[in-house]
Design a protein around this ligand. Structure first.
Ligand SMILES: Nc1nc2c(ncn2[C@@H]2O[C@H](COP(=O)(O)OP(=O)(O)OP(=O)(O)O)[C@@H](O)[C@H]2O)c(=O)[nH]1
Ligand SMILES: [Mg+2]
Length: 347
């Protein structure tokens, strides 16, 4: 069971690829596709509202373990560059570059593009990703792509098991009321294992809940381990009070003012005290104001592109997170590259 974000620039073939990997389901600013055959279960997420807004991209990435980066025959552009920067700042390691619409290309162009892609990915978390030419019209490369996804899926499953005994964390991506059942959320277990009848808290609204029932692929389960996509029915909270980005857990930090360790992107204008940015953490999203920057313990007014610093942020609303979670700082007014910094919270 693995979740896959299909990302890339406008018209890069994302939706065509997603629709060949699974069956279309829920649509909002992201579109979900499902595939289930035997014990292979894939959830594919197309950030349909990107690049107009960066939020669908951060949502899709926040919901996924594998990234498919779509690059059309025209090659990389500013938007695919922005996608790579987001992947790198979030520290995402598992992915594949898909050279889409390969039927419209030729071996020389594909090879030249692959070389350009490899050089752009150097020094990023995507540096070792396979590059696979795929056509959704002739199906060239589809089998190879599916095999590469399976291989990553196996690797991720092994990694996930390491966290199975940690305290559970479920990131909510949908919530609704079901007649006769009550509040139901859809989400992903990103750590630990959730059990039926377990009592946990939903953050940041800080509401105690009990897990009444667990479903995976519409089948009732007693528990769900790390990496599972789950539907949970909850006692103790109303669906209307639950938002995308809420976290079901036993131990989150909730704050409005925080200090983060920050890597400022070399493809940015840097950071400045007093500026207002947008912050994404897991599936939460909120405006933030930079109230302070320190470099080597010294207060400074600015941090240069490509540098590291500590930033103090005043957040528009309470957010919940754990040590090690990745935060993205975004400048929505930048015309080309909006992801300014990747940050980490350390206790
Ligand atoms: N020949 C060919 N055309 C393709 C292929 N994949 C996509 N296309 C076409 O390319 C165009 C863009 O594909 P989409 O899948 O809509 O791309 P997208 O990235 O979802 O585009 P937006 O959501 O509009 O940004 C469409 O007209 C597709 O029919 C392919 O493998 N071969
Ligand atoms: Mg699309």
């Amino acid at each position: 069971m693995v979740s896959i974000a299909v990302i890339g620039g406008e018209g890069s073939g994302r939706s065509s690829l997603a629709s060949k990997l699974g069956k279309k389901g829920n649509t909002s600013d992201i579109t979900m596709y499902d595939f289930a055959k035997g014990d292979q279960i894939l959830t594919i997420i197309d950030p349909s509202g990107y690049p107009a807004s960066p939020k669908p991209l951060t949502t899709a990435l926040g919901m996924s373990e594998i990234v498919l980066l779509c690059i059309p025959p025209a090659g990389m552009d500013a938007t695919s560059g922005e996608c790579v920067i987001a992947v790198d700042q979030l520290g995402l390691k598992y992915g594949i570059v898909v050279q889409t619409m390969s039927d419209r290309s030729n071996p020389y162009e594909l090879e030249e593009n692959a070389n350009n892609i490899r050089s752009f990915l150097q020094g990023t978390t995507a540096r070792d990703w396979d590059i696979i030419p795929v056509s959704t019209t002739t199906f060239e490369g589809m089998e190879q792509l599916k095999e590469a996804i399976n291989e990553l899926d196996r690797e991720i499953t092994v990694q996930n098991l390491i966290t199975a005994d940690k305290s559970p964390r479920v990131i909510v991506d949908h919530s609704f009321n079901v007649k006769g059942i009550g509040s139901v959320i859809l989400g992903r277990v990103i750590q630990g294992t959730v059990h039926k009848h377990e009592k946990l808290t939903i953050y940041p609204i800080n509401q105690e809940i009990e897990i009444r029932n667990i479903q995976m692929q519409d089948v009732d389960k007693k528990s769900a381990g790390p990496g599972s996509r789950v539907g949970l029915s909850l006692k103790g909270v109303q669906a209307k009070d639950v938002d995308r980005g809420n976290i079901i857990s036993s131990n989150e930090t909730t704050a409005k003012d925080i200090e983060l360790d920050c890597n400022v992107s070399k493809f940015s204008q840097g950071l400045a005290v007093g500026s207002t940015l947008h912050m994404y953490v897991n599936l939460q999203s909120t405006p933030v104001k930079i109230t302070g920057i320190t470099v080597d313990g010294q207060d400074v007014g600015e941090a240069r592109a490509g540098s590291t610093c500590k930033v103090s942020l005043s957040i528009g609303e309470e957010v919940s997170f754990c040590s090690g979670d990745m935060f993205l700082l975004t400048d929505l007014n930048q015309p080309k590259q909006r992801f300014i910094a990747g940050c980490k919270y350390k206790i």
